[in-house]
Ligand binder design. Structure first.
Ligand code: FES
Length: 113
């Protein structure tokens, strides 16, 4: 099974994490199953951006994003060229992933302004 490496996040996994994940499962579900409480405000229905992750390795092994996901990603805090909504991106069958959970989600960003 692919290995998922999660870079340290000050609130969600201070020391970073590594775990195995089932191919075909969404990255969001894999993170939640591993005890990493990534936000998922719309309950994984591709209607918010709170589950945004940046894929540092393995991005090209992911199935391409659909238009709806791309439209939402435009609004994500800290958007990068390898950003994905983790509830939409599925673990690929044969590639490890290195994932960063951005420090803020759009929920946090709103609170600070
Ligand atoms: S949980 Fe809302 S888009 Fe992923």
């Amino acid at each position: 099974m692919p290995h998922i490496v999660v870079l340290p996040h000050v609130e969600l996994c201070r020391d970073g994490e590594m775990f195995e994940a089932e191919p075909g499962k969404s990255i969001c579900d894999a993170l939640l199953d591993a005890g990493i409480e990534i936000e998922h405000a719309c309950e994984k229905s591709c209607a918010c951006t709170t589950c945004h992750v940046i894929v540092h390795e393995g991005f090209h092994a992911l199935a391409p994003s659909e238009e709806n996901e791309d439209d939402l990603l435009d609004r994500a805090w800290g958007l990068a060229a390898t950003s994905r909504l983790s509830c939409q991106a599925k673990i690929p069958p044969d590639s490890d992933l290195v994932i960063e959970i951005p420090q803020y989600s759009i929920n946090h960003a709103k609170e600070s302004y």
